[in-house]
Design a protein. Sequence first.
Length: 632
Amino acid sequence: EPHDPWSYIGYWGDHQIIYLLKFLEFMEDHYPSKLGSFCNQDLFVYANVPYKIKSYSDILKNPKDTIVFDKESEDRINQKRGELGADGALLRDENFFIYKVNLIEKLLSTVLAKISNFIPEGGIWMNTQRPEWNDANNALVGNGVSMVTLYYLRRFLNFMEGFVQELPDESNEVSTELVDFLNKVVETFNKNEYILSGKVSNEQRKTVLDGLGNAGSQYRNAIYKNGFSSERSSISKSQLLDFLAISKRYLDHSIVANKRKDNLFHAYNLMTVESDSEVSISYLPEMLEGQVAVLSSGFISGEDSLELLNALRSSALFRPDQYSYLLYPDKDLPRFMVKNNIPSKKVNDSKLLTKLLEDGNSRIIEKDISGNCHFNGSFNNAESLKAALAELPDETYGSLIKDEKQLLLDIFEDIFDHKAFTGRSGTFFGYEGLGSIYWHMVSKLLLSVQETCLLAVKNDESKVTIGKLLEHYYEINEGIGVHKSPELYGAFPTDPYSHTPGGKGAQQPGMTGQVKEDILCRFGELGVFVFNGKLQFDPRLLRYEEFLRKPASLTYVDVSKQVKQIDLEVDSLCFTYCQIPIIYKFSETEGLEIVHSDSVIELDELVLSKSLSKKVFERTGEIDQIIVSIKK
């Protein structure tokens, strides 16, 4: 849609990392080594997208104008789609065959795309017109730098380390162009590793960004111009592991640098190109999204996570009336009359502004009846100011413009601070605006805290730390709508709603992505886990009050689509997993009973074998129910 100025915006930048990673983690847990088998098979393809990202040098000049629509490419793709169907939109090699690669290449290209936009101590530069998960911040695109994506990328790299270590082959073949890209990134990291010993200077930050940005730019431009050559180069496990290790060191350094004095972590930062040799980083207020992401990163310990959650509970993000958390702190917006006022000292310091006022030229500056000065009200950004300066008569103002153009641009930015404008999160009050709880993010927080609890258990952290983490988990859970009265929630508590603005009940009915986090959390509470292809039960997060106080029955639909009923005793609990009833009951000893139609298999541990687990996952119908005996 070339006529639509918004059509090039793609959502959402961090999804390309964290949601892909969640599926990779699920698959590796359920079917170990299955992903590894994809690394020596060319099963994957590239989409042929008719948009081109500009070169790194052009992105530096204007990071808010970085995408070019290629009409000729669009026409060719549409022609091929007409001839071949969906395959017509896939990238092809020089022989016109669909270009296929293995999983290592696909994962590497995803990681390198993010790493090539890494700014030390800043995050991942959002320079391709993509906001992050919370698109209420979409005006950050260009100057915004995402620590959110960096936190998730850190978890991705951690997963890849374990994945690569288990690969069956010592080396894999990937596109030569991608190996060149990787080598340039590693060279930049190795050459500048000394900066990780302390705080990064603006010059060091720019040096690293130049190395990474140019590496990504050269890779892209080569593919745009010539396509893939189809030549392959071997990449060893040790090369991959070295790349992942040094990348993690850079990301970990940035995570440490982004811990705030109040024990929260920065979510989004701002980058400013100060000169040809310097890039600076400045900070935005705290945001819930950043806390969720760093909790999910796997970088901070249970004790540090507890410190963060305590800080979050006492921060401006907590909303007591709903016992839940805002996306970002509420604030009072300036009234119209205090906007666009140029301080008289700044006017007097500028010979150009002074002369324009004397001449009665209102193209740049205007004076109101009270004697206050303002920039022309038709300006919407600095580009408007530049255009207006260019239109002033050169013979009258030329020398002054030459001397003071940057001064005026600086005054303009000081007044409007456009680069810190986040979008509707800074101006709206509804939807994902000021004072608003966005329920999907609260459920994301809940899941990240549960993951933190389970990781603390796995790492054998202190019982006090684990207990307090669990307290936070259940407090957050109680704040979610389903546990509230209709009066407090402002709607039927079991109905899904998007958000709750300040001063109103739940708004915007409809199913959001919140449901998937809540389902994952529920399985975690019930203690249903899969590791190394084995289904296991560890309900340590489950509360005693969930067990039945009197006999009851459960009606369910089995894998054969038959409606069945199970009678349940006092002090039991039942749910279905892959349509198989799982019954928890208290006992002196732990164990499992795998009930078949004509037999029962008894186990003295709470873990199914791979073969039994496979029957559950694949819904073969051979298992009627599983009885889990747990100690009270």
